[in-house]
Design a protein around this ligand. Sequence first.
Ligand SMILES: C[S@@+](CC[C@H](N)C(=O)[O-])C[C@H]1O[C@@H](n2cnc3c(N)ncnc32)[C@H](O)[C@@H]1O
Length: 281
Amino acid sequence: MPDFLGDGCGDRILTAASPWLRSNNGCEVRKSANGWSLVATKHFGQGDVVLEECPVMRGPSTFPWNTPEELKKSLEGQDRCVRVSEWMFASHVAFPTHSEDLWIDVDFLTNELAMFAPLDSHAADSYRAELAKIMAPSQLSETLLRGLLMGKFSSFPYGDGSDGRCLFGLLSKLNHSCYPNTVCLWPGPVSAPSAQLRAVTRIQAGEELTFSYLGNDFPLRVRSTEKRRERLFRGFEFNCCCELCEAKEPKTTGQLCKRALAFGKPPPFPKSKKEVVGGGQ
Ligand SMILES: C[S@@+](CC[C@H](N)C(=O)[O-])C[C@H]1O[C@@H](n2cnc3c(N)ncnc32)[C@H](O)[C@@H]1O
């Protein structure tokens, strides 16, 4: 088990993400029931900027392989060296301008960027099992697993989705909720993407930060818990355990609409810079 999966390693993930952080106005990485998560360390008002960061890596909108099966196909008939031409994730994302013959620094992927992959997840277990059918467990298979997980489950479609995908450090630890308390905005130009996480409701210190993986109006469009879980499992291979899906008494439509409508629109701009800059550091 990688040493950063143990309890108490949230600070190491925060440190690993820090070179790409523009601002962290009050959040940290903590272990949760759903792997690592981002947690507020101070109170945020609606519209406040929680954090801003630049991507750790960028890539194309689609990956040549998204599943171990597709990976298997791409490896068939070729030697199994981790050359960049095979390692499309790394070639396009980590080194977009380099030639096809570049070799990946395996240590870079396995040791540094692996922190940003959901290694403690159902998807990781099932992909590891699939990879074991293709190749013997090795450093290479572990590297491939991490690349698959980062590319598929931790990266974000940038802007409207046609501008490629970005892997962000801290945002890679943002869990999904069908009743989220933040929204992600993309204020940077496509040439220099950046992400801004904004509160769509009041958030108390200690509360987990969440956003909707399936678009802003997802819970409004898909009111049935069963159907939402099905969609999330199909897209992201996890059983959603969010506040809304786990609620014994379903949230009233009124409550749901209020929060959903709030995050369906860009959140209001913060009242003054003083309110959001440096408050939690
Ligand atoms: C982008 S990662 C988020 C960070 C992740 N928890 C980690 O430890 O790296 C996405 C993964 O988090 C977990 N996850 C996120 N939201 C969840 C939710 N609402 N219910 C259950 N698992 C969730 C799933 O394992 C999913 O594949």
